[in-house]
Design a protein. Structure first.
Length: 242
């Protein structure tokens, strides 16, 4: 049973979430205080964190900053409906996805399942299995089994969504990967109008990976289509499969 940590000062909402999540096979722990929430989030006991932005004293953004300083636990943020700033800031800091309030609890369950399904890697195709051990493109290496990434031999800390997005791009270096596919691979859901989630994750990846050859962006946008990972070196892996 996956354990979910909910950090929200709305006790009624926490009870409602518990009622919906427990029958779906999730063990729910709810806390309302920011400091306690950070402590519990860093305990390593939870598969995912549901975090509200609007909290007294220590807001959701500061909690996320502190959590990301010591953990890559997946984080789904609850934001005010229509507040694009909250969503953008949350994704910049390291949230994996967001859900605007008010929301349908069934959608929350679907988002949680999508995130956990990506991380736990449901059965993959034979083609994917062949390159599970490691993908290498230029000076960037990705190990799927351990969900680890290195740049020039140094570990790069990525959130679960950033890791899955990078994997999708590294599997097709020099080729355009559509935004629709990146939404499916990195967020486990379809793309919706005006949703900039993938764009923010790409921005974070660029910062963490640094510039590529001759100072160029490693990941370039193809307007109206998607993104392309640029590298002079071909992908290398077991059996040279990718």
């Amino acid at each position: 049973m996956s354990r979910i940590l909910v950090i929200d000062d709305d006790h009624d909402l926490c009870e409602l979430l518990a009622e919906y999540l427990r029958p779906e096979g999730f063990d729910v722990e709810a806390v309302s205080g920011g400091d306690q929430g950070v402590e519990r989030a860093l305990s390593g006991e939870h598969a995912l964190l549901v975090l509200d932005v609007m909290l007294p004293e220590l807001d959701g953004f500061e909690i996320l900053r502190r959590v990301r300083a010591g953990s890559s636990v997946p984080v789904l943020m609850l934001t005010a409906r229509g507040d694009d700033v909250d969503r953008i800031v949350g994704l910049e800091i390291g949230a994996d996805d967001y859900l605007p309030k008010p929301f349908n609890p069934r959608e929350l369950v679907a988002r949680i399942r999508a995130i956990l399904r990506r991380i736990n890697h449901a059965p993959v195709s034979d083609a994917d299995t062949a390159s599970t051990a490691r993908l290498t493109v230029g000076d960037v290496a990705l190990e799927r089994a351990g969900r680890a990434v290195w740049r020039a031999g140094e570990i790069v800390d990525l959130t679960p969504a950033e890791f899955d997005l990078l994997e999708a791009l590294l599997r097709a270096p020099g080729q355009v990967v559509s935004r629709e596919l990146l939404f499916a691979k990195a967020l486990g859901r379809g793309m919706t109008p005006l949703d900039r989630s993938v764009d923010m994750h790409v921005s974070n990846l660029r910062k963490k990976l640094g510039p590529g050859n001759q100072g160029r962006d490693r990941i370039e946008a193809v307007r109206g289509v998607g993104y392309i990972y640029r590298s002079q070196s071909p992908p290398v892996g077991p059996g040279n499969a990718s």
